[in-house]
Design a protein around this ligand. Structure first.
Ligand code: MGD
Ligand code: MGD
Ligand code: SF4
Ligand code: MO
Length: 692
């Protein structure tokens, strides 16, 4: 029997953990975490293990498909790659002739491999590349940039050495990343204390030393009060603040009125608990972390909550120290040359990205939410073709019905996916990408204290008529008049090109699947930390925020209270599913086949609902039935369901129609965003509940 293994990267969620894949007679038989990577050491999460069940599932697209019926009707014609690519090329060329290259947009999941997709869209002459960030961490990303200059991905947390960790709705043990979980567990073994704040008790709540149940949408009040205590009692790192803060006095005078007693009334969290958290964190500083949030409660003012959290970190003086926030180091910091970009030498597109000129815009550009506005209105210019690559906006933005209406303005919608996604089901062409076990990707860099280049390597041949992303984009580019920018015949050619300036060779990845660019962790000297804000300092006041009509921190506003009989619809992840993409996975479907509605026990009693009863959840124009999970451990104003259920795709027989889809209840919220940060305000949805 022919047994073998390769080092690669998981593809079951966007974290892309390093893995080792074993094969027998050329078929993947076992996956585990890459034993050579610190913090991974063989470990994998449930979804990562279920990669084999994605691989051997037949309920995924097996060849290119071209739509035959109306959009969304589910009538497909099986096509060869030539037919499908020619079909796309014909339409794109027509759109280009009529509206220019800028009428083509590409949206993908973002992350480590985007050099390929960004190169493709640039090669076509369009500036319109978008990622999913509006729907994920846009507010957090904009907040951290406004305080330190660095983006969210450029600053990591040293959990393993942290002594005090505060998590606002950051459900680290379920909404998980393997390395992060292991580092937090290491920290806990060394005595780290965790305070967790959520509207409901999660697995993270059960593992924390203190769980505080907060009123939905009031985190910002608690954050202001924490700053109030820390500043009033002079618990902050005075030396750090004096050296690096641009305008500390302004922050001090802003938070003076936001006392813990005031915050208690907003949040329902006792003032003494808020004072305890502030004092305990300060006693552990600089090894104290206030996690900046991720989904950080997507309310209409979440940008300020997140900004407050980063200011709290600055008060702890925890930047570039053990157990604090570490600025990610790249190849240059390690004295090495970086990977050569595939887009080197491609001229910049003539036009500006569509939302650079929109009025009333929030921080940043490349907003998918604005993309919908542009497709709908044709302003500032028409967008007529959309490639959704490893991205499913119909499952991840609010209000799929409204989205369908908008997407009907497109002349071409292409989904490049390993599954039938909700977007794919509504598209004109589905191009099946080879699964992550069946393909190699371009080499990527993982920034950090010890930056490294990683490689995803094919473990087995594709089981169906699918192709790797690099080949799909290469074939498309050749049909779209951009072939000169995609000269590649194999992934090895691409790797050699990328590695050329670095001095590394493909063989250097054989032993462990990655190459580390330095021996020792890199930290900036304590007295010479470089912040990349306009002033080079930590900024409370920010010109960029002022430009979009925001303030350094806004005055606190009490969130809307749900009307009698209605509840705020809160959602989140389970540890065993990825967004809306794994509910049909044989293994994972068996563990969690449907979602339930969490409801507070006293509220349930009022409505005559018992645990396990079927309940009807409704909003204007939509309703559905699921089982109730009655618990005292959720705030009475909120009900909760796991995201990603209620698939509308009949070909996915295990998940079709199972559970409810949270996005369907987020009616009318497609254009509701945090006005400063730009994040989608999903949590502004209210629903009615009654016994079914
Ligand atoms: N209502 C509601 N909306 C949400 C959320 C929520 O909790 N509730 N969560 C939000 C968050 S945090 C995020 S990050 C977004 C995520 O939203 P998306 O980025 O859209 O979701 P993903 O599930 O990461 O991936 C999208 C698609 O990638 C496909 N895919 C997976 N692997 C591959 C591959 O190897 N190749 C290709 N080509 N495709 C692949 C999947 O099948 C899926 O269709 O959703 C956001 N939207
Ligand atoms: N298993 C698994 N892990 C994942 C993912 C996945 O799909 N599956 N996705 C990854 C991605 S893309 C992301 S963005 C992260 C998301 O990571 P998190 O943001 O940690 O995850 P969520 O589960 O979306 O939301 C966390 C919690 O916010 C709570 N919450 C809601 N409203 C409030 C509020 O007003 N205040 C407070 N304090 N809490 C509130 C919810 O009850 C929920 O428990 O997870 C990542 N990890
Ligand atoms: S967190 Fe789990 S699913 Fe995501 S990449 Fe890592 S092992 Fe894979
Ligand atoms: Mo996310």
């Amino acid at each position: 029997m022919d047994r073998d293994y390769v080092y690669s990267m998981c593809g079951m969620c966007a974290t892309r953990c390093p893995i080792k894949v074993e094969t027998k007679n050329g078929m993947a038989t076992w996956i585990e975490g890459n034993p050579h990577v610190a913090g991974i050491e063989g470990a994998l999460c449930a979804k990562g293990s279920a990669g084999l069940s994605l691989e051997y599932d037949h309920e995924r697209p097996q060849s290119p498909l071209i739509r035959e019926g109306a959009r969304g009707e589910g009538k497909w014609k099986k096509a060869t790659w030539d037919e499908a690519l020619d079909y796309i090329a014909e339409r794109i060329n027509k759109i280009k002739a009529e509206h220019g290259a800028k009428a083509i947009a590409l949206a993908d999941r973002g992350g480590l491999f985007t050099d390929l997709t960004k190169t493709f869209i640039k090669a076509l002459g369009s500036p319109n590349y978008l990622d999913h960030d509006d729907t994920c961490a846009k507010n957090v990303n904009m907040a951290i940039q406004s305080v330190f200059g660095y983006g969210r991905g450029d600053m990591g947390y040293d959990f393993a050495n942290c002594k005090y960790l505060v998590l606002f709705g950051r459900n680290v043990f379920e909404s998980l990343q393997v390395k992060e979980v292991n580092n937090i567990l290491d920290g806990m073994e060394k005595g780290c204390k965790i305070t967790y704040i959520d509207v409901r008790a999660t697995v993270t709540a059960s593992k924390s030393h203190r769980f505080l149940r907060i009123r939905p949408g009031t985190d910002y009040a608690m954050i202001l009060a924490l700053m109030n205590v820390i500043i009033k009692e002079r618990l902050y790192d005075v030396e750090f603040v004096n050296r690096y803060f641009q305008d500390f006095a302004d922050l001090e005078s802003f938070v003076i009125k936001y006392t813990p007693e005031w915050a208690e009334k907003e949040t329902g969290i006792p003032a003494f608990e808020i004072m305890n958290v502030a004092r305990e964190a300060a006693a552990a500083k600089p090894q104290a972390i206030f996690h900046g949030g991720w989904m950080l409660s997507r309310y209409i003012d979440s940008f300020y909550a997140s900004r407050g959290l980063y200011l709290l970190n600055a008060l702890m003086g925890n930047i570039e120290v053990k157990g604090g926030l570490i600025i990610g180091k790249g190849a240059k910091d390690a004295g090495k040359k970086g990977l050569r970009s595939l887009s080197e030498g491609i001229p910049e597109p003539q036009d500006k990205i569509f939302d650079a000129t929109l009025p009333g815009k929030s921080l940043g550009t490349g907003h998918v939410v604005n993309l919908y506005k542009v497709i709908k209105t044709g302003q500032p210019y028409p967008i007529k073709a959309l490639f959704a690559y490893r991205y499913d906006p119909m499952a991840s933005l609010p209000d799929p019905d409204e989205q369908k209406k908008v997407l009907d303005n497109l002349d071409l919608l292409v989904s490049i996916d390993v599954n039938y996604s909700e977007t794919g089901w509504y598209s004109d062409v589905i191009l099946p990408e080879a699964t992550y076990l069946e393909r190699s990707n371009i080499i990527c860099i993982q920034k950090g204290q010890k930056p490294a280049f990683f490689m995803r390597r094919q473990a087995m041949k594709p089981r169906y008529d699918s192709k790797p992303g690099w080949e799909i984009f290469t074939l498309l580019a050749h049909r779209l008049g951009a072939g000169q920018y995609f000269p590649w015949k194999s992934i090895e050619e691409i790797w050699n090109y990328q590695l050329e300036p670095t001095g590394y060779k493909i063989e250097d990845f054989d032993e462990k699947g990655f190459v580390t660019l330095c021996k020792d962790p890199i930290l900036m000297p304590r007295d010479a930390i470089k912040f990349t804000t306009p002033s080079g300092k930590i900024e409370f006041k920010s010109e960029k925020i002022a430009k979009v009509g925001g303030q350094p921190l806004a005055e606190y506003k009490t969130p809307k209270k749900p009307e009698e009989g209605t509840y705020r619809l809160v959602f989140g992840r389970s540890g065993v599913h990825t967004h809306a993409q794994t509910q049909n996975n044989i293994y994972l479907n068996e563990i969690l086949p449907e979602n339930h509605l969490w409801i507070n026990d006293k509220e349930a009693e009022k409505l005559g609902i018992k645990n396990g009863d079927k309940v009807e959840v409704s909003t204007d124009g939509y309703s559905g039935v699921i089982k109730a999970f009655v618990t005292p451990h959720i705030h009475p104003e909120a009900v909760f369901m796991y995201h990603g259920f209620g698939s509308e795709i009949p070909l996915k027989t295990r998940s079709f129609g199972k559970g409810l889809r949270d996005t369907r209840f987020q009616k009318g919220l497609l254009e509701t965003v945090d006005p400063v940060g730009g994040g989608v305000a999903y949590l502004e949805a209210m629903v009615r509940v009654k016994k079914a």
